[in-house]
Design a protein around this ligand. Structure first.
Ligand code: BGC
Length: 453
């Protein structure tokens, strides 16, 4: 079992979660700045005003990445730092920040992977209707063009959206995340369609204005399933649950609703049938726009649910065993998902897979020796990566981005879900690489060889 020679070992973050400097150098407000001010939305009443202060400390962070031997860093651009009003005037200071960050990464031999949108819509655009406005794909294309013009001379890898499932599911259909609309399915379908059109337009614009041939993808989430056994009937049951049944009942979280139009040029028929009375019109022109060729299947994968085939031939969810492990933000620990998902995705979409996020929230405590001994994270990562390695023997997998480089602002959980390889003391901004960072360094140095013991 082995990973390919040039496997991209990386770590990921997102602008609002790490940058801070929320009110500096001309950055405009985003929906998250405003959402954090609402009563009761963020567990510890915090926000991203300072976060990890990466805006001022990126050089120190990149030194730490280099020590770990990271080959790639996935980060997102803050749209409102670049275009404070969402469209129109460019903020030179914002461009300068990302330009410096990119140069510093490259100087340390680390490949930048840029995500255009990780949930922080400029607030001005939200006031104009946000993703419900039919002009939103144009706004996004304008922003993508600026990213291409300023950064694509040095950045080869771009992602359009991070997890549309989350910002539409939790932000439009519910009010757990910004912008907190809590609206009906009808509107969420409209927002989702605009997001997909925005994706398509951004791909076109990146290809047109890119200063070198670019590698483009997107980084969705999903509710994932894996089979109880490798018997064909269980494998088929898991796939059916994942691509058909879940999609029907819980369309916004499905992989198929978002990825089928992008890779296959059509929405899943069963969902269209169930919701036919409330869906917006999808023209062939829209579908062609969404169906732009992209270069890989990116997928954020944290956990999944075990499925088996029942005596009636129908798939069912296998209940947890007593004492099954859960992380501190209540995600089940299911390492098998990193074996099965890449296989399912490759089979359905036929492109090399990149795991764009995976990792765990933990209770990390600084010990008396000043170090952070996060053994459970190492156990977690080891089991997940062993599964990924097994999958890499069967389907093409180009990279893996651990979530996250640093402890950071974990959205509605505030700072209480620590995901980092590097501990951050938010009182002082002191960084302490955890034991898992040292362990990951060995994984990278041996290209996964140390996972087999
Ligand atoms: C998101 C990250 C988030 C992580 C852990 C993903 O859903 O892309 O922003 O911090 O999961 O919850």
């Amino acid at each position: 079992m082995s990973f390919k020679k040039d496997f991209m070992w990386g770590a990921a973050t997102a602008s609002y979660q790490v940058e801070g400097a929320a009110k500096e150098d001309g950055r405009g407000l985003s929906v998250w700045d405003v959402f954090c001010e609402k009563q009761g939305k963020i567990k510890d009443k915090s926000n991203g005003d300072i976060a990890c202060d990466q805006y001022h400390r990126y050089e120190e962070d990149i030194e730490l990445m280099a020590k770990m031997g990271l080959k790639a860093y996935r980060f997102s651009l803050s749209w409102s730092r670049i275009l404070p009003e969402g469209t129109g005037k460019v903020n030179e200071k914002g461009i300068e920040y990302y330009s410096n960050l990119i140069d510093c990464l490259l100087a340390h031999g680390i490949e930048p992977f840029v995500t255009l949108y990780h949930w922080d819509l400029p607030y001005t655009l939200h006031k104009r209707g946000g993703w419900l406005n039919e002009e939103s794909p144009e706004w996004f294309a304008e922003y993508a063009k600026i990213a291409a013009e300023y950064f694509s001379d040095r950045v080869k890898y771009f992602f359009t959206f991070n997890e549309p499932q989350c910002f539409v599911g939790l932000g439009y259909l519910s009010d757990i995340h910004a912008p907190g609309i809590n609206g009906p399915d009808r509107d969420a379908f409209t927002a989702a369609h605009h997001v997909l059109k925005a994706h398509g337009k951004a791909v076109q614009v990146l290809r047109e204005y890119g200063k070198q041939p670019l590698k483009i993808g997107f980084a969705p989430a999903g509710k994932y399933t894996y089979p109880k056994t490798a018997a064909p009937k269980d494998v088929e049951a898991a796939k059916k649950m994942m691509f058909d049944n879940i999609a029907l009942e819980d369309w916004v979280w499905s992989v198929a609703w978002w990825s089928d139009p992008i890779f296959l040029g059509k929405y899943p028929e069963a969902v269209c049938e169930k919701y036919k009375d409330i869906l917006p019109a999808f023209t062939q022109e829209d579908m062609d726009l969404i169906h732009q060729p992209i270069d890989f299947v990116g997928q954020n994968i944290y956990d999944g649910r075990m499925v088996a085939c029942g005596d009636d031939g129908e798939p069912y969810f296998v209940p947890d065993y007593i004492g099954a492990p859960y992380t501190t933000i209540n995600s089940p620990v299911t390492p098998e998902i990193l074996y099965w998902m890449p296989k399912f995705l490759y089979e359905r979409y036929g492109k090399p897979v990149i795991i764009t996020e995976s990792g765990m929230a933990n209770v990390d405590i600084v010990s008396a020796d000043g170090q952070v001994h996060d053994g459970s994270r190492i156990a977690y990562l080891e089991s997940y990566l062993q599964n990924l390695c097994k999958a890499a023997d069967e389907v093409p997998i180009d990279g893996y981005f651990l979530w996250s480089l640093l402890d950071n602002f974990e959205w509605a959980h505030g700072y209480q879900g620590r995901f980092g390889l590097i501990y951050v003391d938010f009182r002082t901004q002191k960084r302490i690489p955890k034991d898992s960072a040292k362990w990951y360094q060995t994984v990278i140095a041996t290209n996964g060889g140390c996972l087999h013991r």
